[in-house]
Design a binder for this molecule. Sequence first.
Ligand code: APR
Length: 234
Amino acid sequence: MKKKKLVVFSGAGISAESGLRTFRDSDGLWEEYNVMDVATPEAWVKDQELVLEFYNKRRAQILEAKPNLAHISLVELEKAYDVTVITQNIDDLHERAGSRHVVHLHGNIRYARSTNPKDQHLYPISGDNLNFGDKCPAGFQLRPHVVWFGEEVPLLPVAQKIVEGADVLIITGTSLTVYPAANLVRYAGFRCKKFLVDPHTIHLNDIDGLEIIKEKASSGIPKLAQQLLLEPVG
Ligand code: APR
């Protein structure tokens, strides 16, 4: 029998218990940094070294972090479901846990891109650092493979189709405040079973039948995964 399609829409909160800070919680990254200084095309024009240093720090922390029980339980679900993870995270903890289909809406910090707009290659970054002076073969400065504020989200149409086809949608670890990504959850059909796992209150009143599990991802996701494996969505 064909497996049901289960889609996970994740954000920074799923990696919080792996030691990676979220953006908008009280100790969030945007409390320490001004987003306009480090995560916009304007910031890149103004001070490339500062932007590179910001992402080099993030990359170093990500390389030290390990997937937690939430990432791992989502892999378990692949036994019974056709699982796709759509993540806003630039960390690779879903892949390191073993998830086989991961769409990185906002990029992946382990890769660089050329600043030559005609070059669409992704260049793997082997260690922690991408430095000023690191160039693509054609001689253009490399930049982090990250979608900055004010830039297009190239994988959005792909992600929309995936959400439209979902039989089950699990939303976790995202404040749903960053658009256009946040709107994706509204593309799920009315027959799709929808769950939201977050320790804080997220206002999503316009989504019918949403089941809210007010827990941290590392406890809420394993319980939900167990439930979905024991009583498969039919
Ligand atoms: N388990 C689950 N959720 C958690 C946990 C946890 N242990 N800890 C915090 N959260 C939740 C918070 O309650 C909040 O709803 O994670 C969410 C984090 O929200 P944000 O910091 O806004 O992160 P996110 O939604 O991923 O941000 C979206 O903003 O800055 C940009 O590009 C960046 O992709 C990012 C985008």
